[in-house]
Design a protein around this ligand. Structure first.
Ligand code: ZN
Length: 463
């Protein structure tokens, strides 16, 4: 982490937390160790015109993503149901992992995202360790907080269940190829040992989490081993869960007494567990997750693009399940715009059963709950003395340009209109990542030569 000076921010408006009403002109001082020192009201005449336009708030957390850097549409993975999209996803050409991560994290930072849950899809299953090092370097260079979710994927690479019914429709050579690929998957012990080596790449902005990719994609013994390991070392676990109707069908067949109850029986459910999607969760399952303090990440854009359905946001809210939000590398307009993602989830929540989300629910998810799934409990996600100085600023004057009454309140304008283009600054750990709407990170050597290379090997499942 480079040397930093103490920083003073001034703005015409500030929202300290999801539980505070927006306030007027403030000055925030930040110490050289990256923490907020003081937050105090100041008279409006202390502000320059550009500072008076500014609205400061906690930085956003993107609680589920893959940091691809190159949009899936760019290599022909057309939006479609997940199960037919996954083979298309494997067509991604080999790319420089470091460049991809720098580009992905930088685009997210421009949207006000200061913390990212990065579920890693490998370029090649042989190079996972080197790829983790590359992503660790990218997090340090861009200056955002990244949880690297270490993939465990040792079951059902092609279908949910036995390959035999599929074999009847394939020739002998093809099915032999699939069986060989299935047999070559990294086993749990090998993967745990590799992950142990990757701990050397951790730093102040980069930590590892266990990532059983999804219950249908790991052996039961692997999931149980991860639950034990996480209990022993306190690391967080992050998993895709019940994203599609077909995964629901698989889960009901495999666990007739209930898949979430099974997770509870093996000790997987805890405040250290995050599950992404949860589109097909049932009311009793939402309640059990709430009771165990498990966070559910809503990925509204992704669920629309991959035809998964709508997550039961209203039921989750009623149950009291901690909620966070994620782009899943599938923002509706492929623009990594977290502010628009929050708006989409906010409005769609009213179309689900139960209670629609209130603005405070959305902001708490984006500022506090999502952050906790990435960095753990660090007192962040709010603007108060002692908290980590992870702060974003948007051009509120642009948001409110046509407001003709003082009833045009800050929160409705923020949730109703704010976009990535309004983001003016992002500080993470007291360091400017975005300033004046421009990204403060120098691109790595060669980044300007970005182009999609010709594939060097046939498409393969990335695990
Ligand atoms: Zn995902």
């Amino acid at each position: 982490m480079p040397e930093r000076d103490a920083v003073t921010l001034r703005a015409g408006r500030v929202i300290r937390s999801a539980d505070h009403a927006p306030e007027g002109p403030h000055e925030i001082t930040i110490t050289a160790d990256g923490r907020i020192h003081e937050v105090r009201a100041i008279p409006p005449d202390r502000l320059t015109p550009d500072k008076s336009r500014l609205l400061l708030m906690p930085a956003l957390a993107n609680a589920h993503d893959h940091g691809r850097g190159l949009g899936t549409l760019a290599f022909g993975a057309t939006d479609q149901p997940l199960e037919t999209w996954l083979p298309d996803l494997a067509r991604q050409p080999p790319l420089d992992v470091h460049q991809c991560a720098v580009i992905a994290f930088s685009r997210m930072a421009l949207s006000g995202i200061g913390a990212i849950n990065h579920c890693h899809n490998t370029q090649s299953s042989q190079t996972l360790l080197a790829e983790a090092e590359a992503v660790s370097r990218a997090a340090r260079e861009v200056g955002v907080r990244v949880a690297f979710c270490w993939p465990f994927f040792d079951a059902n690479p092609f279908v949910y269940g036995d390959l035999e019914p599929l074999a009847a429709h394939m020739d002998a050579h093809e099915i032999a190829h699939l069986r060989a690929r299935e047999a070559g998957m990294r086993d749990c012990a090998t993967n745990l040992a590799l992950m142990e080596q990757a701990r050397a790449f951790e730093h102040a902005l980069f930590t590892l989490q266990y990532h059983p990719v999804g219950p249908q994609w790991v052996q039961p013994a692997t999931l149980a081993a991860i639950a034990r390991a996480a209990r022993d070392d306190g690391r967080r676990v992050h998993m895709h869960l019940l994203e599609t109707r077909y995964q629901r069908t698989w889960a009901d067949r495999r666990h007739p007494d209930g898949i979430i109850r099974h997770f509870d029986a093996i000790g997987l459910l805890s405040p250290n567990l995050t599950v992404a999607h949860g589109v097909w969760l049932r009311p009793d399952e939402c309640a059990l997750l709430a009771d165990r303090g498990v966070t559910v990440v809503v990925n509204a854009s992704s669920n629309l693009r991959l035809r998964s359905g709508l997550p039961p946001m209203g039921l989750l809210k009623q149950a009291g399940t901690p909620l966070a939000f994620g782009l899943d590398g599938m923002a509706l307009d492929d623009d990594e715009d977290m502010l628009r993602e929050l708006r989409l989830a906010y409005h769609l929540s009213g179309a689900t059963s139960g209670d629609a989300l209130a603005p405070a629910d959305v902001l708490r998810g984006a500022w506090v709950t999502g952050r906790r799934t990435i960095v753990g409990e660090d007192g962040g996600g709010l603007i108060e003395p002692g908290a980590p100085a992870d702060i974003m600023g948007v051009d509120f004057a642009a948001l409110s340009h046509d407001a003709v009454t003082s009833r045009a309140d800050t929160l409705p304008l923020l949730l109703g209109r704010a976009q990535k283009r309004h983001v003016q600054l992002l500080l993470v750990n007291g360091r400017f990542v975005v300033q004046g709407g421009n990204h403060g990170c120098r691109p790595p050597p060669g980044a300007h030569r970005w182009s999609a290379p010709t594939p060097r090997f046939p498409p393969s499942r990335k695990t």
